[in-house]
Design a protein around this ligand. Structure first.
Ligand code: PEP
Length: 265
């Protein structure tokens, strides 16, 4: 069965309430009536989840959060639990984003705990993995991504995997304006699918969606999405402009369709 394209808009610590609402309303109005083309999710900052949720309403655009606590509740000042997210109508959550791994020191073990908590709570997850520039230059991309995946999926039962999208996000491409090439993405996605095949089986590996993230813009999206095995994208900076984000969403549908003929994964 063909994998449905997935596009996430990670707003990071951007927008204010007014601009976030307009952005969400515009995306929902332009994209939200069509449930068939691609799955589109916006990830606003925590304080705006409720308002953005109201703006996207019953459209096909879904609400996501950028993080969650690994704990269910209790003495964790400043943290937000999975249950709180579910209360706000959140359906998706980012886990293991590189800015949290590298700037805030989240370990592979913590990422695995957060993934488990999200899945136990019924949330769907975009699990982010990727190597930094030093690791890439040292030829360690596959090793690093493999370690991140092994740790994250160590305790994930087969039946929960359908609720996970894996985002391959090379750290050196995030927010830098330097996107990976289609070949870089293709190779990494192939390795990730091979890992899923060895961890679970080939049927599951060919059903999981693997998306690319890192300096996606309207000008490069179609080429990257046409790479076999690339099922969409996680978009940071360009998700803050409705027109750019919508253009990338359209490119996912067109580009992935174009690339499917060569997709043997
Ligand atoms: C991201 O935040 O996941 C991301 C890919 O950011 P950008 O598109 O700005 O590189």
């Amino acid at each position: 069965m063909a994998r449905r394209p997935f596009i996430g808009g990670n707003w990071k610590m951007n927008t204010d309430l007014a601009t976030g609402k307009v952005l969400a309303r515009t995306i929902a109005a332009e994209w939200g009536a069509d449930v068939s083309r691609a799955e589109v999710v916006v990830f606003p900052p925590f304080p705006y989840l409720e308002s953005v949720g109201q703006e996207i309403g019953l459209s096909s655009v879904a609400l996501g959060a950028q993080d969650l606590s690994s704990e269910a509740n209790g003495a964790r000042t400043g943290e937000v639990s999975a249950e709180m997210l579910c209360d706000m109508g959140v359906r998706w959550v980012l886990v293991g984003h590189s800015e949290r791994r590298h700037r805030l020191g989240e370990s592979d073990a913590l990422v695995a705990e957060k993934l488990a908590m999200a899945l136990e709570s019924g949330l769907q997850v975009v699990l982010c993995v990727g190597e930094n520039l030093q690791q890439r230059h040292a030829g360690r991309t596959h090793e690093v991504v493999g370690l991140q995946l092994r740790s994250a999926f160590a305790q994930v039962p087969e039946e929960a995997v359908a609720r996970i999208v894996i985002a391959y996000e090379p750290v050196w491409a995030i927010g830098t304006g330097v996107a990976a090439t289609a070949t870089d993405a293709l190779e990494a996605h192939h390795e990730i699918r091979a890992f899923m095949s060895s961890r679970y089986d080939s049927e599951l590996a060919s059903s999981i969606r693997i998306v690319y993230g890192g300096s996606l813009v309207p000008g490069n999206a179609k080429t990257i999405f046409a790479a076999p095995g690339v099922d969409g994208g996680l978009v940071g900076g360009a998700s803050l402009k409705a027109a750019d984000f919508l253009s990338i969403c359209s490119s996912a549908v067109i580009g992935i369709e174009a690339g499917r003929t060569g997709d043997s994964a």
